[in-house]
Design a protein around this ligand. Structure first.
Ligand code: DLL
Length: 432
């Protein structure tokens, strides 16, 4: 089912025309922002020099630091009396990154979130439980207004209070659960612990995002919750959840190109890469009013595919995001994303989908230790000798899969930290 069939299945030539019309408006809007004006003047480009979509690479990139340097509202392209909502992402250090929305921006966001939910099978009859955090984070309110726009019944449970979440799910007949994939696992684990009969739940699908998660993790969540798990992508600087979303064929996330223009960049050379090649995702907004973003470097590592999708949507597809360049750890010259470790670990049924990566420096050598919980079942049935065999096998799989030597530590069930929001996978002790 489509929310906006004429746009989701738009003819590609028509789409280009629409994008070009929208890009011109966006560039003129951005030119009113002193930051952009200065950047473009330095690069010797004016909005009228951009004569078609293919000229976009002439404009400089926008980095996250631009938002920080112009904290809090310096990047806004409209006066404050037109801004009706603010969100912010919690930077790990210093001031957060602040984003603003006009009424028009919120309207489009609700539409795109509704489009996303419908792709996961939500209908006006569905009960949608939003267990993303509400507040400055865009997850809660973003999905919330999408579900309302769709006409579904929204349960704004926000993150946390896990037993109560489960009670609500059971009593309200929640069909669609929206939260981070790591919280979905925590919910599944709690359901098991509370010995709740899964047949008493009406859950059908999950709309999971805000952090990288592997296909193996998807399988694990689907089995534990008895649902179909969909991947939703977004980021506050661009809008929030609903920038790209999987359809039921799950062959990548349809990127909502009628509102956002994607490019894939070689992060080292700054060159644009062709479809099918892995690089950093760069996004230009096409309809944002309060905060137009021109060639924003997301730091997310992604691949684009343009082959037709059996669902009929013509929008380009984003392969599941591998991770953020910030989360990528370089151990002895080899790039490792936590999602790669996750894929390898979860192929072994003896371990649970709870893990962390600890990087340390011994002398001048970096070491990587992977800590992973074993399942209750493993603890019950395996002898110490068998545990050691499991550990060695995982170590071997990781060593050959990642191409570096890794230490593996098996830990007891429920000893690693659980999260209501985004999981923290990497503990980097080298920076301390
Ligand atoms: O996480 C928005 C969101 C909320 C998306 C709920 C999906 C669901 P930020 O807090 O600004 O916004 O974080 C954005 O999270 O650049 C990615 O690195 C990561 N991310 C978001 N969705 C996915 C995903 C929200 N589906 C940053 N897969 C992004 C992998 C994701 N990473």
């Amino acid at each position: 089912m489509y929310w906006e069939k004429e746009l989701e299945c738009i003819d590609r030539e028509e789409l280009k025309k629409l994008q070009w019309e929208r890009l011109q408006i966006t560039l003129n809007r951005a030119y009113q922002v002193p930051y952009y004006r200065q950047q473009w003047e330095e690069a010797g480009v004016r909005p009228e020099d951009i004569r078609g979509l293919e000229d976009l690479p002439r404009l400089p990139f926008t980095l996250k630091s631009a938002l920080r340097d112009n904290y809090p509202f310096g990047m806004f392209a409209v006066p404050m009396n037109q801004v009706v909502r603010l969100h912010a992402s919690s930077g790990t250090t210093g001031k957060p990154t602040v984003v603003g929305y006009t009424q028009g921006d919120l309207d489009i966001w609700a539409n795109l979130a509704a489009r996303s939910l419908m792709m996961a099978g939500a209908t006006p009859n569905s009960v949608v439980q939003v267990a993303y955090g509400y507040g400055l984070f865009t997850g809660g309110l973003g999905v919330h207004y999408g579900a309302e726009r769709l006409g579904a019944a929204v349960v704004p449970s926000s993150g946390g209070n896990t037993p109560r979440q489960i009670m609500l799910m059971e009593d309200f007949g929640t069909e669609i659960l929206a939260c981070t994939p790591s919280y979905a696992l925590f919910l599944a684990e709690t359901i098991e612990q509370l010995k709740i009969d899964r047949s008493r739940l009406a859950l059908k699908a999950g709309v999971f995002g805000a952090e990288p998660w592997s296909n193996e993790m998807r399988q694990s969540i689907e089995e534990k919750l008895g649902i179909k798990a969909y991947d939703i992508y977004g980021l506050s600087e661009i809008m929030g959840p609903g920038v790209a979303m999987e359809c039921s064929y799950q062959t990548g996330l349809h990127f909502f190109e009628d509102h956002f223009l994607p490019e894939i960049l070689d992060p080292d050379t700054g060159e644009t890469l062709p479809d099918g090649e892995k690089g950093e995702l760069v996004i230009t907004t096409l309809t944002k009013e309060a905060l137009p973003m021109i060639r924003y470097r997301t730091r997310d590592v992604a691949v684009l595919h343009r082959e037709p999708c059996p669902c009929g949507r013509t929008l380009v597809r984003l392969e599941k995001i591998l991770g953020r360049t910030d989360d990528m750890i370089i151990v002895r010259g080899v790039n490792v994303f936590p999602s790669m470790v996750e894929s390898i670990l979860l192929k072994s049924p003896e371990v649970a989908p709870f893990y962390e990566l600890v990087v340390e420096r011994q002398g001048s050598l970096d070491t990587l230790e992977v800590r992973v919980e074993v399942t209750e079942e493993t603890i019950r049935s395996a002898e110490i000798k068998e545990l050691e065999m499991i550990r060695r096998r995982l170590k071997h799989d990781l060593n050959s899969g990642l191409g570096i030597s890794v230490e593996v530590r098996l830990v007891e069930p429920r000893t690693l930290e659980r999260t209501e929001g985004k999981a923290k996978r990497v503990i980097d002790r080298r920076k301390l």
